[in-house]
Design a protein around this ligand. Structure first.
Ligand code: NIG
Ligand code: FE
Length: 421
């Protein structure tokens, strides 16, 4: 039995008011750094409204006679899971491209021939907001059933002002339709839209001068992302997007070094990015720069698996430099048509050789960091009481078993949203 360290988490708020609920007969993977999984067996979690007020061994739980008591029947609790990199608002699908790739074509070849991201752009531009929302909610609900309480959603299949805004409005609507927190990311620099063929700099100009300012003025995005790659945007074009984001007070992230080493991680770190994502081809200098800048490494094993990539992200170098590693689904129609964060835990371990504990930290503590959310990601006093409850005997089972969703209940902001602990 291990006590959680008595540190105060960075985004903790002082719990105002008395303890309203005590969850007892529970084992807790607090995911606070220190002991493995920050685990406390035979624990209790005291909530004050929407915040955690106390967590620790049940025998030491402060008396709260007026509080509602909830018997978790020996289940495990973890922080609500955070999927910090998705493109789950889109129309259509790319099953035909999957068949082409299996017959030998590469992701890059398909993109260069006018397929790939641009084919999803056509379908997404043509779709109504209602249709986009309905399709997105199916993916969101699959994630929610696995304990996801915070979700990032990118634009990037509109590639023109109106369609990008439409995607971001749909992403915001997800957070109203379902009990989870949605963070939106403007990804106008995802691919070159067909109407700008051969004029990438002009498109970047449009992003910087009109699309991004509009999105920022309407409060539609919480961050800005770009795809820095030989089939997408150059380092210089990415830099211009980042500088514009900064002018509008928006943090940045980057699709970096996914298919080739373009010094993307270095570029992201130099701009103080919240995260650099993918990183299969990232070099050691990029990792060192990320460590210095505090940029989180978001690893996306679903895309690695689905594109049948061979180059592994530099996990050992990231570890050595102490770069926090997050894991996400990258849920999208082209490179990761996958709406399971639990499957990503398994793949992060089997494909990328993370430990089950690192993988779980990757979808809790470090995923929250990748979104700049200091108020969640661990179970600690003063943090939001987003909790997932699991029918497991030990936390490693979450990464170990596949297609056996052990999630039995989810609480968000101190309230049950489905199931029971
Ligand atoms: O994260 N790399 C760029 N963007 C997505 C793929 C999007 C698509 O193929 O539709 C990714 O892998
Ligand atoms: Fe992505």
């Amino acid at each position: 039995m291990t006590r959680p360290p008595v540190t105060t988490a960075a985004g903790a708020r002082a719990a105002s008011g008395p303890v309203t609920t005590v969850i007892e007969n529970v084992h807790v993977a607090t995911m606070q750094p220190g002991a493995p999984y920050g685990a406390v067996r035979d624990a209790a979690i005291a909530l004050a409204g929407e915040l955690v007020a106390w967590v620790g061994p049940r025998a030491e739980c402060p008396a709260a006679p007026a509080a509602r008591r909830v018997d978790a029947r020996g289940r495990w609790a973890t922080p609500g899971l955070v999927d910090c990199h998705t493109h789950l608002v889109y129309a259509g699908n790319r099953a035909a491209e999957f068949e082409m790739r299996l017959a030998g074509a590469t992701y890059e070849e398909i993109a260069r021939a006018g397929g790939g991201i641009v084919s999803t752009v056509q379908a997404t531009r043509a779709a109504t907001e209602e249709a986009l929302l309905a399709q997105a909610l199916r993916r969101v609900d699959a994630l929610r059933r696995e304990g996801v309480t915070t979700l990032e959603v990118k634009s990037g299949y509109g590639l023109e002002a109106a369609a990008e805004a439409k995607m971001l409005r749909v992403a915001r609507a997800i957070g109203r339709e379902r009990p989870l927190t949605v963070r939106t990311t403007f990804l106008g620099a995802h691919a070159l839209p067909p109407e700008y063929a051969g004029r990438a700099d002009d498109y970047v100009e449009a992003i910087v001068e009109s699309m991004l300012p509009q999105v920022a003025a309407e409060g539609l995005a919480d961050a800005v992302d770009a795809f820095c790659e030989r089939i997408a945007f150059t380092a210089d074009q990415t830099r211009r997007v980042f500088e514009a984001a900064k002018r509008h007070g928006l943090p940045v992230k980057l699709h970096a070094d996914q298919l080739s080493d373009g010094n993307g991680a270095l570029l992201a770190a130099r701009h103080g990015a919240l995260s650099a994502d993918h990183l299969e081809y990232t070099n050691a200098a990029g990792v060192a720069a990320m460590a210095q800048a505090g940029t989180v490494a978001v690893l996306l094993p679903g895309a690695f698996y689905f594109l049948r990539e061979k180059e592994l992200p530099p996990v050992e170098t990231l570890r050595r430099h102490g770069v926090p590693m997050a894991i996400a689904t990258d849920c999208n129609p082209g490179s990761s048509p996958i709406a399971s964060l639990l499957l990503m835990l398994s793949m992060a371990c089997t494909l990328f050789r993370l430990t089950p504990e690192e993988a779980l930290a990757g979808v809790t503590r470090n995923a929250a960091l990748a979104l700049g959310l200091g108020d969640r990601g661990t179970i600690a006093p003063g943090l939001v009481a987003d909790l997932a409850f699991w029918d497991i005997g030990a936390p490693a089972e979450l990464a170990y078993q596949v297609c056996l969703n052990a999630c039995v209940g989810v609480w968000r902001s101190g309230q049950p949203v489905f199931g029971a602990p």
